[in-house]
Design a protein around this ligand. Structure first.
Ligand code: ADP
Ligand code: GLC
Length: 515
């Protein structure tokens, strides 16, 4: 059927008169638009929070396709890590992919998640089924063959687009996320495929850099190993490949989109990104959050709460205090829910912890990450027993109850492409105290829904903390700020339009390209 005829309208006769026993009038004629405006979009990602995540990328990869579902047929392509293969979800084998250079052949499985989201799983036990996380082993050491593992992911996306996966579903557009999917737009281009692609930078600092000798293994053409393409100081950068070859580049907030074109945030790619921006190819589209972040209904909570019933909030504060071995207290409870990595500025929180405790505050920390940052958080808990507690690990329920129980969330990030934790905290009435950078600057209104400070310095951070203490001591102001924070419009459904617009533009352009 041609696209035009698929757009034909179907007219449904619902009922032919007054329905027996009801007062509903008839006849009714409803016009059902059955059109081809729903396009097939493949999300290529290394994390999906339903199955595996190390941070916000997993949350966005799960929430954004669902938010787009009313508009497009969005499916996800994810490596078949052990956690995915053993998730308990039935996996149907639906296709096979041929090997190429050093990239082995693999199979495609399909998982239909409970709410209908379709996930294609790239099955290759030798590449993905290992003990550890998506990128490394249990000691946080990256897998040495990550270039093969994630090139395979990128190539699989191009195979899907070419119809080579023996699957009838063939994407109209590829949306690739972060360096692990950076080669998806590149393989499309190298193989002369016209499928349009979007590449989203969630974090520029992770670039996926490899020795240039890997070219042959990955079937990277010689023309790609140049500064104008994916070469980066003599190495190959998967992230740069995504930027170089995608039709559009997005990142996850307007401020970060500007920041990454400057030397302070550009990680050496600022010139390259500036050029993309100057050509109108780079934009910032802020992240949203999924509908489950609703304190009145979230099933993870011990007791739901909302702006008219705060009892659940107090209950969670008590719960968090108990769980983190903190003394009963009438002072403010500060929480940290974070990957424990340099980006997040935890050294600043470490340095201010004494002052926080002296002022009558308490601190609960949840997360894992770099061993030295984990150690520094453990040390804090040992130094201030009853006032600071640290749980090195991650658990979604614990995290949500901390957002619910906290008075303030600490997020002194050195840079923050968007940040989701501050949005979650606001939804649950915990006021973020954060550095004015990236998405934090865009989503927190200083003195209204949280507190922002300018410099990544102790002075600047301390001043914001003291303001928070003062607000805490003024209950009506504190209450008003909490209510404002909980009302911040941050659900994907409220923020999806820029993506719809971008897809539309690209699909129209690619149709003209074909003509
Ligand atoms: P980032 O992606 O940089 O970690 P975000 O604020 O965008 O920061 O996303 C944080 C998300 O990751 C939240 O859902 C948070 O609960 C979760 N998270 C935080 N630390 C961890 C961790 N160690 N492992 C898994 N998820 C984590
Ligand atoms: C990255 C960023 C974070 C962002 C997340 C999802 O991990 O560090 O700021 O919110 O991706 O886009």
């Amino acid at each position: 059927m041609s696209n035009a005829s698929a757009q034909a309208q179907r007219v449904e006769r619902l009922d032919q008169g007054m329905l027996a026993g009801t007062n509903r009038p008839g006849p009714q004629i409803r016009t059902v638009q059955e059109n081809d405006s729903k396009k097939k979009i493949l999300f290529v990602t290394s994390e999906l929070s339903d199955l595996i995540k190390t941070g916000g990328l997993g949350d966005v990869s799960a929430a954004l396709p669902r938010a787009l579902r009313g508009h497009h047929d969005v499916r996800v392509l994810l490596p078949g890590y052990r956690q995915v293969m053993q998730s308990g979800h039935p996996i149907r084998l639906v296709g096979t992919l041929a090997g190429h250079a050093a990239l082995p052949p693999c199979r495609i499985g399909r998982i239909d998640l409970d709410d209908g989201l379709i996930v294609y799983v790239l099955i290759s036990p030798e590449l993905y089924e290992r003990d550890g996380g998506p990128y490394g082993d249990n000691r946080n050491q990256d897998w040495p063959d990550n270039h093969i593992r994630f090139a395979r992911l990128g190539l699989a996306a191009a195979d899907f687009a070419a119809g080579d996966a023996s699957i009838s579903w063939r994407p109209d557009l590829i949306h690739a996320h972060d360096w692990p999917a950076g080669l998806a737009p590149a393989y499309l281009r190298w193989r002369g495929q016209g499928t349009p692609s979007v590449f989203t930078i969630h974090n520029l600092a992770y670039q996926g850099l490899w020795r240039s000798e890997c070219c042959a293994e990955l079937a990277i053409p010689a023309e790609a190993c140049r500064m104008e393409r994916m070469e980066f100081h003599g190495q190959l950068s998967f992230l740069k490949a995504g930027v170089a070859y995608a039709d559009r580049i997005t990142t996850v907030s307007a401020t970060y989109a500007r920041e990454i074109t400057t030397p302070d945030f550009g990680c050496g790619l600022e010139g390259f990104l500036r050029e993309k921006a100057n050509h109108g190819l780079l934009s910032g589209i802020p992240n949203g959050i999924d509908e489950s972040w609703e304190p009145e209904t979230d099933p993870h909570l011990l007791r739901n709460f909302g702006v008219n019933d705060w009892a659940g909030k107090a209950l969670h504060a008590e719960h968090v205090r108990r769980q983190f071995a903190l003394e009963p207290s009438g002072g403010p409870l500060f929480v940290v829910v974070s990957r424990l990595v340099q980006q997040k500025g935890l050294d600043l929180t470490h340095a201010l912890a004494e002052s926080l405790v002296e002022h009558g505050g308490q601190l609960a920390v949840l997360g894992r990450g770099e061993p030295q940052v984990e150690d520094s958080m453990r040390q804090l808990a040992e130094r201030f027993p009853g006032h600071v507690g640290a749980n090195i690990g991650f658990d979604e329920t614990v995290a949500r109850r901390m957002f619910a129980g906290g008075d303030f969330l600490l997020m002194p990030s050195r840079y923050e492409p968007c940040g989701l934790s501050q949005l979650y905290a606001q939804r649950f009435g915990s006021l973020p105290i954060a550095r004015r950078t990236g998405g934090l600057a865009d989503t927190i209104e200083d003195g209204v829904t949280g507190f922002l400070f300018e410099e990544a310095s102790l002075e600047s951070y301390r001043e914001a903390l003291l303001r928070a203490f003062r607000v805490f001591a003024a209950p009506s102001l504190f209450h008003a700020m909490r209510c404002r924070a909980m009302a911040v419009p941050c659900f994907w459904r409220q923020t999806i339009d820029p993506y719809l617009h971008l897809y539309r533009q690209l699909l129209v352009e690619s149709r003209h390209g074909e003509a």
